[in-house]
Design a protein around this ligand. Structure first.
Ligand SMILES: *[C@@H]1O[C@H](CO)[C@@H](O)[C@H](O)[C@H]1NC(C)=O
Ligand SMILES: *[C@@H]1O[C@H](CO)[C@@H](O)[C@H](O)[C@H]1NC(C)=O
Ligand SMILES: *[C@@H]1O[C@H](CO)[C@@H](O)[C@H](O)[C@H]1NC(C)=O
Ligand SMILES: *[C@@H]1O[C@H](CO)[C@@H](O)[C@H](O)[C@H]1NC(C)=O
Ligand SMILES: *[C@@H]1O[C@H](CO)[C@@H](O)[C@H](O)[C@H]1NC(C)=O
Ligand SMILES: *[C@@H]1O[C@H](CO)[C@@H](O)[C@H](O)[C@H]1NC(C)=O
Length: 923
């Protein structure tokens, strides 16, 4: 069964790339371009509103996402801002949008196929409610992922139904308004299409369907040609129903000569519908949280995981003083952190995770930390780290302070899976405890922390407690909005070696870090000037040495070009070269998938061994993707030898580059690339920091819906190996400690999927909008190979309230306002409205969206809320919005703009009006 399907899908995929309403493609409109257009427009609108409210100008220097971010962050834009976060957020939405065509290819409701209008709307409703609940809990990633999926279904309506054939040019608002009916649907016994022998006919919808404006959609059969009598098909090679009478199909996925007008109308309506859905979310979330969801925030995040056992009081003091220093020194700059995360751990307790955007709250929380309890025993370090990795935005820098080994070392594989999936960097400050009995193995056991640091591209810094204050500059270095890595390598065992790296014009504050013991080095610039490790203040920069760390800050007049560093050591060491620059990139390992709408999906887990690795890469610079060219892209082993396995590049449009690497190196590798910045016409080099390696094992799982509190949720998953058959140990963990049930071991036959089910049950009192990150690992019994899947789920209370708050304008007093607007300044008008939420959950907020007047309202807890608005006659429009407790949005709108040309209307003779209406009445 599986292999048959595989072949069928492959055949379809090979039959030629499709171009529209497909996940990605060249040129024409795709789900990505429709989604992208809507997101950029809504973000721009929101940025403008925030700027107006903040009293500053919103003037992007161009239309690229990076320029939009820079302008949106406003006058704090002292210093450079990287567009990476915004790009990643967009990419996440696009990816999840595209995945609907892989993971739910045969589910009619996900595509509004086969007249599943109620079911499709149900998915949209459930999704929108989950998005709103997640934003409320600041789970922006979960919100973005659901947003991508919901937009896909919404957009498909316009391609797969006859909405545009019916002459509609506007979106069908009822799809995002569950309180409105879905009327006039063609029932299952009503034929809807005429036969089309050629498969592509301009209009197959039956005339009476068009006349009666009945809504229908094409039937889709991936496995079976069956469809009810007389029904339209979806059409296309993947649809088996398209060859049964009536043949053909009504999908507008692709733009063909026979359907150009309909395709264009569908794209237009789908874009407008996406905008409406985004506006609904924006009104519920508020402008600031909407922008945060979209990754428009200063990119630096402070994330500390702190051991609070008895011997840690010096370390806690130091962590506190670093936090204070970051907060106080970066305030008002682009480097000011946008979020603070703090996770304490002890023994046996850890957490809770404290997450805030308020610097004063962070100061308060970190001031409350006290060292207490814990004995000689190791502590729950990795449990704390797990919370930080799942709670912090992707690509965060996480700093762990501890003086003991981890008791929960069994979590190590889970942590590595989370590091690979989030691309966050974890650095450890390991201080030897003087008060504790010296454990003979103490230093050796820190090796687990060193492994995690290297795997993530972070550092494992080992210092004494009194040296700690000299080592924490590393944290300040990362607290910037535009940090990039030029080079990073690890050697274990160490050997003398020379590393070269390219520094470009755009780089500022270039810093080299070397960790290791018994090390000496020589740094050489492009013109041959050298500095030795024993020269603390040399010609090239300043060298700071503390514990196992050397930090080299290059002088500001650094030279662009190829630099060299020769490291001399026989002990394990790491080297890293970083700087600040807006030239950066994001990437994901992807796999292609077939089906009626083929595309690329971000890999969940490690890439498959024995086949080419594929990466999707986006470059960003100061002026968008068009201002850069990418040169060589390849994979390189972190632990040597220094050989880059090059990849071939394919431009996928929208700044996406597909990289194909045929023979993937054996071992842990990173991505390295070079390119040219057209703005400064200079060459640059960058690399990724998260280590990756291939695996013969594959763990597959898809979360199909949100989870309800108190209800067991069944998650099917399957494990496959291209390696040897045998027993595979299954290990699943979630960051909320929700009870789970799953087989601890599976028998896997080489080349075949073994299916199993995991049941997770969030407690009944789980708050709606809680997200859970679940990691499922499968490991061969010989321990030689393993892989994982990281899944995010949302716990959402089933919503029954779809009632929007209602607004009734009770009175408007605008008689004062003069017709001549130049005299409006001294006059005012006012409006009074009654707001109710029927038997819904009740109004939670009322906010002003348009108008420069004053809005006051009575207590929200009363059944009827009275709102009063007064404003200058110059401000002629008011719009305010009431949001109920589950996020339904109701609007009040009123305009006192007098009719544009009143004179004309009044001067039309009465007889002419009568004549006109008589003509109009004629059939
Ligand atoms: C370099 O970093 C320092 C603080 O470490 C900061 O004051 C300075 O503005 C940075 N320079 C640039 C060019 O960003
Ligand atoms: C097992 O899982 C695979 C992949 O998820 C799926 O294609 C297949 O139909 C499943 N097999 C059975 C017997 O359920
Ligand atoms: C508006 O609400 C008030 C109570 O707050 C009520 O007395 C009044 O009748 C309502 N007006 C209308 C038009 O519903
Ligand atoms: C209350 O809500 C239910 C549906 O949940 C609806 O059937 C009923 O008519 C509503 N009652 C009022 C008074 O609005
Ligand atoms: C609007 O009402 C508020 C509060 O009642 C009052 O302070 C303000 O002066 C009024 N503004 C105008 C323009 O009438
Ligand atoms: C509010 O005032 C600003 C300038 O003060 C003006 O640009 C804007 O159009 C006004 N808004 C409305 C809705 O009148």
């Amino acid at each position: 069964m599986t292999s048959l399907l595989g072949i069928a899908l492959l055949a379809v995929a090979l039959s030629g790339p499709t171009v529209a309403f497909v996940p990605v493609g060249g040129g024409a409109s795709t789900h990505v371009t429709i989604t992208g257009t809507a997101l950029l427009q809504k973000v721009t609108e929101t940025c403008r509103a925030v700027a107006v409210a903040g009293g500053y100008e919103f003037e992007p220097t161009g239309t690229s996402p990076e320029e939009l971010v820079q302008a949106c962050l406003g006058p704090t834009a002292v210093g450079e801002v990287s567009g990476a976060k915004f790009y990643s957020a967009l990419q996440q939405v696009y990816t999840q949008n595209g995945l609907v065509d892989r993971d739910f290819v045969a589910s009619d409701r996900h595509h509004f196929n086969s007249e599943t209008f109620f079911e499709g709307r149900g998915l949209i409703t459930e999704g929108v409610m989950a998005i709103k609940a997640n934003i409320r809990q600041e789970n922006f990633q979960a919100a973005r992922e659901i947003l991508g999926k919901v937009l896909h279904t919404l957009q498909d309506f316009y391609s797969h139904s006859n909405w545009v054939e019916l002459g509609n040019t506007e979106p069908y608002i009822n799809l995002i308004r569950p309180d409105l009916p879905l009327d006039n649907l063609a029932d299952v016994n009503t034929p809807t299409c005429s036969d089309c022998a050629s498969g592509t006919c301009p209009n197959q919808i039956l005339p009476n369907i068009l006349k009666e404006k009945k809504l229908t959609s094409g039937y889709m059969g991936i496995f079976s040609p069956f469809k009810p009598k007389g029904k339209c098909s979806h059409g296309g090679a993947g649809d088996l129903t398209s060859t049964s009478d009536p043949r053909g199909g009504i999908n507008k996925d692709e733009r063909r000569p026979d359907n150009m007008a309909l395709h264009d109308a569908a794209v237009k309506a789908a874009t407008a519908a996406s905008l409406e859905l985004l506006q609904d979310i924006r009104l519920t979330a508020g402008d600031n949280d909407f922008l945060r969801m979209m990754g428009i925030a200063r990119s630096s995040v402070v994330c500390f995981v702190i051991d609070t056992t008895g011997s840690m009081s010096d370390d806690i003091d130091e962590a506190r003083s670093v936090v204070y220093e970051i907060i106080d020194s970066k305030k008002g700059t682009q480097d000011e952190p946008s979020e603070y995360i703090l996770v304490p751990f002890n023994d046996p307790d850890f957490g809770p995770m404290i997450r805030t955007i308020d610097p004063d709250e962070m100061k308060k929380q970190i001031s409350k930390l006290r060292a207490k309890g814990g004995g000689d025993a190791p502590e729950m370090c990795l449990s704390g780290l797990q919370l930080a990795l799942t709670g912090a935005p992707d690509s965060s820098h996480i700093f762990v302070f501890t003086d003991a080994t981890a008791k929960d070392i069994a979590l190590k594989d889970t942590i590595i899976a989370l590091i690979r999936s989030t691309k966050s960097k974890v650095s450890f400050f390991m201080t030897a405890s003087s008060k504790r009995r010296r454990r003979s193995v103490a230093s050796a056991s820190f090796n687990d922390y060193k492994d995690l640091a290297v795997a993530s591209g972070g550092q494992a810094i080992q210092v004494s407690k009194n040296q700690l204050p000299q080592a924490t500059d590393v944290i300040l270095d990362t607290s910037t909005s535009a940090l990039v890595t030029v080079l990073q390598r690890a050697r274990s065992p160490g050997k003398p070696e020379t590393f070269t790296f390219l520094l470009d014009e755009s780089l500022n504050n270039i810093t080299l870090y070397i960790t290791g013991t018994s090390i000496s080095f020589t740094l050489t610039n492009p013109s041959g000037v050298s500095q030795n490790s024993n020269e603390a203040n040399g010609k090239l920069g300043t060298i700071q040495s503390v514990g196992n760390l050397r930090r080299i800050r290059l002088n500001h007049d650094k030279q662009a070009g190829t630099w060299k560093i020769n490291i001399n050591s026989n002990q394990p060491y790491t080297i890293k070269v970083t700087g600040q620059s807006t030239i950066t990139f994001i990437y994901d390992f992807v796999e292609s998938f077939g089906g009626p709408h083929p595309g690329y999906a971000v890999l969940n887990g490690r890439p498959q061994a024995g086949q080419p690795a594929k990466l999707m890469l986006s470059m960003m610079g100061r002026k968008g993707p068009s201002s850069m060219t990418v040169g060589d892209v390849g994979l390189v082993l972190v632990s040597g030898p220094e050989a880059i396995t090059g990849g071939t590049k394919t431009d996928m449009g929208n700044g996406n580059i597909l990289v194909n690497v045929d023979s993937v190196p054996e071992g842990e590798f990173v991505l390295t690339l070079t390119g040219t910045d057209k703005v400064s016409n200079s060459q640059f080099q960058r690399q990724s920091t998260t280590q990756m390696s291939v695996s013969k094992v594959h763990v597959q799982a898809v979360v199909a819906s949100s989870v309800e509190p108190g209800k067991p949720f069944k998650l099917p998953f399957s494990v496959m190996t291209k390696g040897s058959s045998g027993q595979y140990a299954i290990n699943a963990r979630n960051d909320r400690d929700f009870p789970m049930d799953y087989p601890k071991s599976l028998t896997v036959t080489s080349g075949q999927y073994t299916n199993a089910t995991l049941t997770i049950t969030p407690p009944a009192n789980t708050q709606s909008g809680t997200d859970v990150t679940l990691t499922i690992e499968a490991k061969s019994s010989s321990n030689t190979d393993s892989n994982y899947a990281v899944l995010r789920m949302s716990v959402v209370t089933k919503i029954t309230d779809f009632v929007q708050p209602l607004c009734e304008v009770v009175s408007v007093i605008d008689d004062n306002c003069p017709d001549d607007l130049s005299q409006c300044g001294t006059f005012t008008w006012e409006l009074s409205a009654n707001l109710t939420d029927g038997n819904g959950t009740g109004i939670e907020t009322i906010s002003l969206h348009q108008g420069n007047g004053t809005l006051l309202h009575t207590l929200l807890s009363t059944p009827i809320v009275n709102a009063n608005y007064n404003a200058s006659c110059c401000s002629q429009v008011v719009e305010f919005v009431a949001v109920d407790k589950v996020g339904n949005v109701g609007k009040c709108y009123h305009s006192i703009v007098r009719s544009g040309s009143p004179a004309l209307t009044l001067s039309l003779p009465l007889w002419l009006c009568i004549l006109i209406s008589a003509f109009m009445a004629r059939p």
